[in-house]
Design a protein. Structure first.
Length: 219
């Protein structure tokens, strides 16, 4: 289920996949796939995994800064999703619910690391907000975004992004990489909409300052 080495789905699987007496169409909506999965059609959950694992792994990697740890959290997330599928409300976006589950799994892992003394930090961040476990992580060096950057400018901007406090990286990733609406980000984080808006604004402002400090401002 590795999300970083996505393989194109064979043509015959794009048309339809037979699972027992049930047929799961590649074009099925998320809610249709969830309904099929609830009825015990294993191929439906496989479709959801295939549809969302790359995005979810990218999001988790940018949160924890370590692809291997993100992969473990990804596995835990899908196990939790399958265990709690009956709790999913079809009136909500499945993607938002999935990212919320992934967010919670990541917090559980990082809190466990914090209790074990893997990393420590202050209880409040620079904005006076309660410090999230993500923020207490050590600097793990270049992010996946930096590693993939082909040009020097992209690498420097990626470095500035990776240097942001974790709570800013998370909202900016969800907003501009995953293209979630602010309301959806609030659902993922379980935070007030006003908090999300503030973090996006402050994160962008801080990123701009750090990019300018690298001498990359235009003009």
């Amino acid at each position: 289920m590795a999300a970083t080495n996505a393989v194109a789905t064979p043509f015959f699987l794009e048309r339809a996949i037979t699972c027992g007496n049930a047929m799961v169409r590649a074009a099925s909506t998320d809610n249709e796939l969830v309904g099929s999965a609830r009825r015990g059609e294993g191929e439906a959950i496989a479709r959801l995994v295939d549809r969302y694992s790359s995005r979810l792994h990218r999001y988790l990697t940018r949160l924890v800064g370590e692809p291997s740890l993100a992969e473990d959290i990804l596995q835990d997330t899908w196990l939790r999703v399958m265990d709690r599928l009956d709790h999913y409300d079809p009136a909500r976006s499945f993607a938002v619910w999935l990212f919320r589950v992934g967010h919670n799994c990541a917090i559980d892992v990082l809190r466990k690391q914090s209790r074990q003394g893997v990393f420590v930090g202050a209880q409040e961040n620079e904005e006076g907000e309660p410090r999230d476990p993500f923020e207490q992580m050590p600097d793990r060096g270049p992010s996946a975004l930096e590693q993939l950057a082909a040009e020097e400018l992209q690498a420097k901007v990626a470095a500035a992004f990776a240097d942001l406090p974790q709570h800013y990286r998370e909202v900016l990733t969800l907003r501009f990489h995953e293209e979630l609406r602010l309301e959806e980000i609030a659902q993922v984080l379980g935070a007030p909409l006003s908090t999300v808006k503030t973090r996006v604004q402050r994160g962008l402002k801080l990123l701009r300052r750090r990019v300018e400090a690298l001498g990359l401002s235009h003009g």
